[in-house]
Design a protein around this ligand. Sequence first.
Ligand SMILES: [Zn+2]
Length: 299
Amino acid sequence: MRRLLPAAAILAAIAIVPAIAQFGPQPIAAAVVPFRVGAIEVASLRDAGFAAPNNGEVFALGIDPATVAKALTDGGGRGDRIELGVGGLLVRLPGHPTIIDTGLGTGMGGKLAESVARAGLKPEDITDIFISHSHFDHVGGTLTAAGGLAFPNATIHMHAAEWAFLQSQSANAKLAAALAPKVKTFTAAGEILPGLSALPNPGHTPGHSTYRVSSQGQTLRTLGDTAHSHILSLGHPEWNAAYDTDKPAGAAARRATLAELAASGERVFAPHFPWPSVGTVVVKGEGFAWVPDAGVKAP
Ligand SMILES: [Zn+2]
């Protein structure tokens, strides 16, 4: 039951709620959209939103904002800002409830842990976490707001080059110390758990990796930050984000992976694309376009 508050109390509550930042993480309600890959139950887990200004300094780095605004509005977005989702994927592998990418973490207002609870799982039920790369909006949810392990029984898998990259950043000292006893690295493409394979595509970061869920002839590829904006990253894969560690390699990996996905028609989970972030990539002009999966929709 929701208690009804008198009007004065509601006004007082509004007054102490901090204003939502115009840019950066945007709070959003927890949510889960389940679907299947063959016999494996998976679910898109919502964590947050994210907004960046169209100023040539974050996404579409160095590109004239008027050119970017036209691409954004032609793609159905707002011209003055780049809006992303943030999410993760729950993969109910037999005996191994797994999460691929963990969002921002509750300390930054991320709701992924709450979305996991809505999927009927307790934090200690999760046995494995796979990290695409070590940026805060993918690895942040491995920790609680207090700095402890959010999923205490989970082995945390990532590419060895990504673990080295994470540890090399002084700002990550506490994160690295907390994760160290749980991290298990891999160095090449291949199956890590039955039904789950790693496909590294370094560029955005040194050990950036995509993953593939496979069952009964069906597959789902997780994209990590191979692409950020479904409008800009697909329409103009040559446009770098400030977050691309190696910009030529980031752009090359983006175009190569998108071309591969458009050729194969493989189903994709892209954690920054519009909720629930499942669809396919098609060729469009010199670039690509996103086709949301009609069978995986928010309720
Ligand atoms: Zn990201």
